[in-house]
Design a protein around this ligand. Structure first.
Ligand code: MN
Ligand code: MN
Length: 474
């Protein structure tokens, strides 16, 4: 019998078994180099944009440079026109009008641009034992102990009573001072070490050191807090009361960098969810000229605290935008929503060989195995999930396989191990089809998260296919 003839078992395996390829098998060397090049742009974006406001300003500038104009209510847009809606500088909708009418539905890729961090309290500044400090209130789900003893920068905005907004970025330039939350030395931490990990550092212990020298007037020390207020006033013209009407966020001060000798991964603050926002937005900005269906890229705020607030997706800004767009075309908005398809682009946990016990290895996502399709999230019995339909998941499979996108299916950890949610559940409220598709991440929500360059490039490819006319499916 000739040795190259396949056995029946081999033939059946080929026919029936699902194969899961690593990016190094799936992509050519040239494609991997292209992925690496794309990620250089991503790292530049990460370093420039550490808050939702900075990300929205970045994408808005990029959009304007490519001919996107502010959405005008009541205007009936023509196919190919590019518009945007900036929601309070903290959330952004980019749209390219499609050749089909809106009642045929729209294509939405939605990601969020807020990340876990330490927000300053309304009255943050105080002095204690010859140090000036800032009180914080953490934003999003963090392991508090991870935020001590690392360099922090302050980003955000202070709005004075007359409405003047002052943008603040302190601690990013190499020659600028940075800030820090302290931790106890092990020598004196015997009692602290008995606390469980959740309480290792308490919320009220996340105090940031902002100064250590008093204001000197005529050679006389006049206070540490006063010194900081004087320095802030000299630089920004602000006073203590202005900190009440401010959004100042302490974020890690270090830049994104490659991880591993082979440079396959990127380590950075805020991959969740800029690692999805960037590929989605770039796919729209660079590769969505004349789509069949109207294409939207939604960059939302507040996902990390439940999509609440008027810049989160559990509010009406997306609904209002699409409804206004439909009414101006004399289209029925309800019909448009029913026919619409949405990719909720958010990260999922990657399998960590150091912590295998929290994952079901059959249903976990792995770094470098492509974008992860997450049918449902939630906790316990899928509580809080939107749980996409089999029909829509099948449609997305066809989209991905038909456009050479490496992808994997995953869920967020073992059953009853914990859980989480994304914007998918809020988008589902619009009565459209939505499923999560994103990049797997290690050390999610830590000040320094890891993601794979090839996975990021695969999300870019997936979004291009989702938007672009060549890839439109029925
Ligand atoms: Mn996220
Ligand atoms: Mn998150």
């Amino acid at each position: 019998m000739p040795t190259d003839e396949k056995t029946q078992a081999e033939l059946l395996r080929e026919e029936l078994l699902r194969t899961q390829k690593h990016a190094s098998e799936f992509l050519s060397e040239k494609e991997i180099a292209q992925a690496d090049a794309f990620c250089e742009g991503y790292k530049t974006f990460l370093n420039a944009c550490k808050t939702e406001r900075e990300a929205v300003a970045f994408f808005r500038r990029q959009a304007e440079a490519r001919g996107f104009v502010p959405f005008a209510e009541g205007k009936a847009y023509r196919p190919g026109e590019k518009i945007y809606l900036d929601n309070r500088g903290k959330a952004l909708i980019l749209a390219v009008i499609g050749r089909r009418g809106l009642e045929d539905g729209v294509r939405i890729a939605a990601a969020h641009v807020d990340s876990p961090r330490l927000d300053l309290k309304p009255a943050p500044l105080y002095e204690d034992k010859a140090l000036a400090l800032l009180k914080t209130h953490y934003y999003g789900g963090i392991k508090k102990y991870q935020w001590t003893a690392i360099p922090l920068a302050l980003h955000g905005v202070v709005v004075k009573k007359d409405g003047t907004a002052i943008e603040v970025t302190l601690g990013e330039a190499p020659d600028e001072p940075k800030f820090c939350v302290t931790d106890l030395l092990p020598h004196l931490a015997a009692e602290q070490m008995k606390r469980d990990l959740a309480k290792g550092i308490a919320g009220e212990e996340l105090n940031i050191i902002i100064g250590s020298r008093p204001l000197l007037l005529d050679g006389k020390p006049e206070g540490f807090k006063l010194h900081i207020l004087k320095l802030l006033h000299d630089r920004y013209g602000i006073e203590e009361a202005d900190l009440i009407s401010a959004e100042l966020e302490a974020v890690p001060a270090f830049p994104a960098c490659d991880i591993g000798l082979d440079r396959g991964l990127i380590g950075a603050y805020g991959h969740d969810d800029r690692v999805c926002a960037y590929p989605c937005a770039q796919a729209m900005l660079d590769d969505c000229a004349n789509p069949e269906y109207t294409a939207l890229c939604v960059l939302a705020d507040k996902e990390e605290i439940g999509s609440c607030g008027n810049t989160g997706l559990d509010t009406n800004f997306l609904y209002d935008f699409l409804t206004d767009l439909a009414l101006a075309q004399n289209a029925n908005p309800r019909k448009m929503f029913r026919q619409s398809k949405c990719l909720s682009a958010d990260v999922n946990a990657a399998f960590d060989p150091t912590f295998p016990s929290v994952m079901d290895p059959l249903n976990a996502a792995y770094l470098n195995f492509g974008v992860v399709l997450t049918k449902y999230t939630g906790s316990r019995g899928k509580s809080g999930s939107s749980d996409a339909s089999a029909e829509f998941v099948a449609w997305v499979r066809q989209l991905l396989d038909g456009n050479s996108v490496l992808w994997q299916a995953g869920e967020l950890g073992k059953v009853d191990e914990g859980g989480g949610g994304t914007v998918a559940a809020y988008l589902a409220k619009l009565n459209l089809d939505v499923v999560d598709l994103g990049v797997p991440v290690l050390s999610m929500h830590a000040p320094f998260e890891l993601a794979s360059k090839t996975d990021i490039a695969m999300l870019h490819r997936a979004c291009k296919a989702f938007f672009s006319p060549a890839a439109q499916l029925a």
